[in-house]
Each structure stands twice: as C-alpha cells, then as structure tokens.
Design a protein around this ligand. Structure first.
Ligand code: F6P
Length: 343
C-alpha cells in the first residue's frame, strides 16, 4: 500500500512525531510505502508530492513544526480541487490512502472527501487548543501548557519584584484548556476562558484580594475570552484564511481596565505562537507516535472516514463525524473546581 500523509491547518508540536510513527509502523509491520503532500491540502490539489523513506524520519519525533509544511487550503476549492480531481490524482500517482493530520477544518474536509467522493482518508487529531471532540487529549496541548506554565512562573517573579498585576494571554479560540491547565499549574489568581464570560468587577475583586494579601496578582486569559459586556471575542487583526477573526489582544484590553479600577500598576503579555513552536514534550511525542502508528493500522484495515483518538490511555478509532460534530469544552465542574482557588 502507498500512503500519502499531509499536515494541515495551524502547526503543532508533535506533527513530525506522527509522521515518524506512521512511517516506521508502515515500513516495519506492513511493508508500506509513503509520500508526503506538501503544504497540507494544497499539495493534494497541486500534486506537490515528496517521497518519505524510513531514512527521512530518523530522529524526527523531537523536531517542532512539520517537515511537510502546512497551509489552510480547502481541497474543495480551485480548478484542481474536489473529489473527482483528487481521485484521478491518487490513481495516477498510485496512492491508496491519505492520512490527514489536522484540526477541525482539516478533518471536516477529510470527512466530506470520504462521504461525498469515496476518497480513502484516515484522520489524526491535531490542536494545541485541545478543542476537538472525541479525543481526550490531542498532542501539542501538553507542550503548550508547559510553555505557558513556564511563562507564568517567570512573570510571577517580575510581578512580585514590582508589586504589579500581570495579565498573560494564551491561545484558546473556542475553549480554555490551555488557560485552565497552565493557570492551575502556575497558581494564577484568576483564569478567564471563552466558555465562562465574566464581569470586570469580579476580575478586579480577585486582583484586590491578592493585593490585600501582599501578593502580585497574575491573571491568565484565553484569547477567546469575553467580558460579560462583549458580544464577540476581541479581535483587531482582520480575518484569517477561513474568514475567522484573528484573535489576540484581550490581555492588552484588560490590563488598563484593572489598573484604572484598582489602582494597581498593570502589565500584559501575549504568548502567541511561542506556544506552538519548538520541541514537543515527551508526553506529546509518545501520543503523536502512537496516533501515527494507529493511523497506518487503520489504513490497512480500510477503516476509511475514521479518526484515531485517545480514550483514557488507549488509542481507539472513531468516525471523523464524531470528532467534528462538537467542541471539547471545559466542563462547568472543572471550572468550578479551579474557581475555588481564584483571588
Ligand atoms: O488552532 C489553534 C490556534 O492556535 C488558535 O488558538 C489560534 O486562534 C489560531 O490557531 C492562530 O492561528 P494562526 O497561526 O493562523 O495565527
């Protein structure tokens, strides 16, 4: 069997470990052959294809980014897009299956290609935000939490030196998992997430109670958080390739509000793409490797339209439809648990 792999959407630490896991398992257990589509779905529609041998994946699991490159191309768009063209390309190139590593947009496209065009696709979930349903965790999330936690630790020492309040903004478009976990790990005094709008008065109460104990307040906010007076998440950077608002900037908005209302000198930091770059954590390398291996097994079982997933500590398979049907939001109980520690 000849398998084509692609990485699509925003990148994520662990993508290369998936590629390595898939290639090693395929070569060792199934005598499979591999190619990579460059730049996500763009490589599929434009036939930008490169061979991937066992030699090419040597030492790859610790490398950040993706050797294949990524983009947010939609495979249904353009003259060469759509299931019929893709089917012709696969036949002519002798490719029997596509392993698509991506988030919600990538997996939705993969699912449509299988449902509407019978394109043999297996999905692998990828997102630092951990917002995909049907998997307990996705690789990249653990690394992002580590990076955000280190940032909190560092910010707390400088905040204490100056007796300032600091607002740290982390990624999390629809869900607040990175904020919740890094905030708990770093002992943040409030954690603000998209699922839980909050008023500025409550935020300032937490800040003042920290100040009254002689400490420097540290607030973690996910980019998708809304004050209870806001209709939409804060965005001043235009739209991305999917016409979604580019988020970012809520921390910059909150810090002066906190300073104005509490009189505490306040600063903000936006962590941004630092959370997506660099080497994956050991946990993410293991998870990504296992998912890559399982994706190849799924291809040999011809389980088209399925996605490999983490259930507890086991790797399982679900329909891609289950994964793209909803979001993995932070449950109320997890937020209530964290909220006890605010202030
Ligand atoms: O997909 C995860 C994510 O990191 C979001 O949290 C964030 O809004 C988005 O990607 C940013 O993507 P881009 O790389 O296009 O700026």
């Amino acid at each position: 069997m000849k398998i084509g792999i692609l990485t699509s959407g925003g990148d994520c630490p662990g993508l290369n470990a998936v590629i390595r896991g898939a290639v090693l398992k395929g070569v060792i257990s199934h005598d499979a052959e591999f190619v990579g589509f460059r730049w996500g779905w763009r490589g599929v529609v434009e036939r930008d294809i490169m061979p991937i041998t066992r030699h090419d994946v040597r030492g790859l699991s610790k490398q950040g980014g993706t050797i294949l490159g990524s983009s947010r191309t939609n495979p249904f768009e353009g003259e060469q897009g759509g299931p019929e063209n893709i089917r012709r390309m696969l036949d002519e190139e002798g490719i029997d299956a596509i392993v698509a590593i991506g988030g919600e947009g990538t997996l939705t496209a993969a699912r449509r290609l299988w449902d509407e065009g019978g394109i043999p696709v297996i999905g692998v979930p990828k997102t630092i935000d951990n917002d995909l349903a049907a998997t307990d965790y996705s690789f990249g999330f653990d690394t992002a939490v580590e990076i955000a936690t280190e940032a909190i630790d560092r910010l707390r020492t400088t905040a204490e030196s100056h007796n300032r309040a600091i607002v740290l903004e982390v990624m999390g478009r629809h869900v607040g998992w990175i904020a919740l976990h890094s905030g708990m790990a770093g002992g943040a005094h409030a954690i603000l997430i998209p699922e839980q709008p909050m008023g500025i008065d409550e935020i300032c109460e937490y800040v003042e109670s920290v100040r009254d104990r002689g400490r420097a307040p540290l607030i973690v906010v996910a980019e998708g958080f809304k004050l209870d007076t806001m209709e939409e998440a804060h965005s001043h950077l235009g739209l991305d390739a999917f016409n979604r608002p580019r988020l970012g900037g809520i921390a910059e908005k909150l810090a002066p509000l906190i300073e104005e209302r509490t009189g505490i000198e306040s600063r903000h930091t936006v962590l941004g793409h630092i959370q997506r770059g660099g080497a994956p954590s050991a946990y993410d390398r293991v998870l990504a490797t296992r998912l890559g291996m399982a994706a190849v097994d799924a291809a040999f079982d011809r389980a088209w339209g399925s996605m490999v997933t983490l259930r507890g500590t086991d790797i399982a398979r679900v329909s891609i439809a289950d994964a793209t049907g909803g979001l993995n939001v932070v449950p109320q109980s997890r937020y209530d648990e964290a909220r006890i520690l605010f202030g």
